[in-house]
Design a protein around this ligand. Structure first.
Ligand SMILES: NC(=O)c1ccc[n+]([C@@H]2O[C@H](COP(=O)([O-])OP(=O)(O)OC[C@H]3O[C@@H](n4cnc5c(N)ncnc54)[C@H](O)[C@@H]3O)[C@@H](O)[C@H]2O)c1
Length: 349
């Protein structure tokens, strides 16, 4: 029987209260939320009362001092605070589950990696779409050789008017706009499903053409953290990655664009390709005719599966499927997008 783990959550905002805490309730037989912290202590108090968490604090330091038995820290703070919170947790010898993206900059991401390695703790990036049933089915089929070699992929996460409010548009707190916020989901998932090919270079443009729109009839998704009312991030990006072995990926990302909405990934392999929602495989059948197959999968709560996986890794001392090395590689790819866009040419990753 595995021991019941103790977790401390840092950040009592939207993702903590809408997704992580409900998933912890589902997993209460194997993990206990012993404390929650937020720099706005009333927020931590409200969340603690609502979800029956025994203690609340106003900083990661206070939580670590008050709860020395905690096994891991679940980081749900805005992106610029990921690095200081993760480094404090690692220094205290605590394992870390960290919301996406890894950090507000590559430099901060590398500082997290150094702290995690020095402390010898487990780190898992919470890139939730890796944990979906269709994504895991594709990994299973890849391992059976169904796709052959996946050499090209397209991914998009395009919203027509879907810019979040608060800190998300403030570069100092978010590090960047949709590239870091939603691009990370599309790019991370697609790169993972391609078999994590080594990135070589990227060519990208980012734009701020629609920005702080005043379109009527559309609301803004508001985080708890209101930020400073600044909007200095990009609102969209178009990207081409080259990988080792002549493989490539095209990515389109936007919070606001005058076109259709999409959230897609297409994988192209030498033997088969696929699309998602619903998972559809494009291949030849055993008689050599074109075939389109829709394997059955059972939808899961991505957040619960993600946390369940981390608990399994901690109990079995197994490396998570989204470890620090992947988190840093993806952060290098995201950083390359901004460097390429600034230089208006292809740059090395
Ligand atoms: N996986 C997903 O689909 C998904 C969706 C939304 C947000 N996120 C990620 O979750 C994180 C939080 O986003 P959110 O939407 O919950 O934002 P939010 O503003 O609702 O919550 C963030 C909270 O962190 C607190 N905070 C900031 N710095 C802190 C610090 N140093 N110590 C303690 N508390 C601190 C803020 O006061 C705020 O209450 C971000 O990294 C974001 O990218 C992931």
């Amino acid at each position: 029987m595995n021991k019941k783990l103790k977790v401390g959550i840092v950040g009592a905002g939207n993702i903590a209260t809408s997704c992580h805490l409900p998933s912890y309730q589902e997993l209460s037989d194997r993990v206990e939320v012993v404390a929650i912290a937020d720099i706005v202590p009333e927020r931590a108090k409200d969340a603690a009362e609502k979800f029956g968490v025994p203690h609340y604090y106003d900083s990661v330091e206070a939580l670590l001092a008050g709860e020395p038995d905690v096994d891991y820290i679940d980081i749900c703070v805005w992106t610029a605070a990921h690095a200081p919170v993760a480094i404090a947790a690692a220094k205290a010898g605590k394992h870390i589950l960290c919301e996406k993206p890894l950090a507000a900059s590559l430099e901060q991401g590398l500082a997290i990696e150094a702290a995690v390695k020095e402390a010898g703790v487990q780190f898992m990036l919470a890139v939730v779409t890796r944990y979906g049933a269709e994504q895991q089915k594709v990994i299973e089929l890849e391992n059976e050789g169904v796709f052959g070699e996946i050499y090209y992929a397209k991914t998009s996460y395009m919203r027509r008017r879907g810019t979040p409010g608060g800190w998300f548009t403030d570069k100092e707190l978010a590090g960047g706009g949709p590239v870091l916020d939603i691009g990370v989901h599309a790019i991370d998932r697609t790169w993972y499903l391609m078999g994590r090919p080594k990135p070589i270079s990227v060519s990208a443009e980012i734009s701020y053409r629609i920005g702080d729109y005043k379109t009527k009839g559309v609301g803004r998704w508001e985080p708890f953290g209101k930020g400073r009312g600044v909007f200095d991030t990009e609102d969209s990006a178009s990207v081409f990655f080259r990988f080792e072995g002549g493989k490539s990926m095209v990515a389109e990302i936007s919070w606001a664009i005058n076109g259709t909405e999409s959230a897609t990934t297409v994988l192209y392999g030498s033997k088969a390709g696929c699309t998602f929602d619903p998972l559809t495989i494009y291949c030849e059948d055993s008689d050599g005719y074109l075939s389109t197959v829709k394997p059955e999968t059972t939808p899961v709560n991505y957040f619960t599966e993600e946390i369940r996986h981390f608990i399994f890794c901690l109990n079995t001392d197994t490396t998570p499927i989204s470890p620090i090395s992947d988190a840093v590689t993806v952060q290098r790819m995201l950083d390359g997008i901004y460097r390429s866009a600034e230089a208006h040419k292809e740059v090395e990753i």
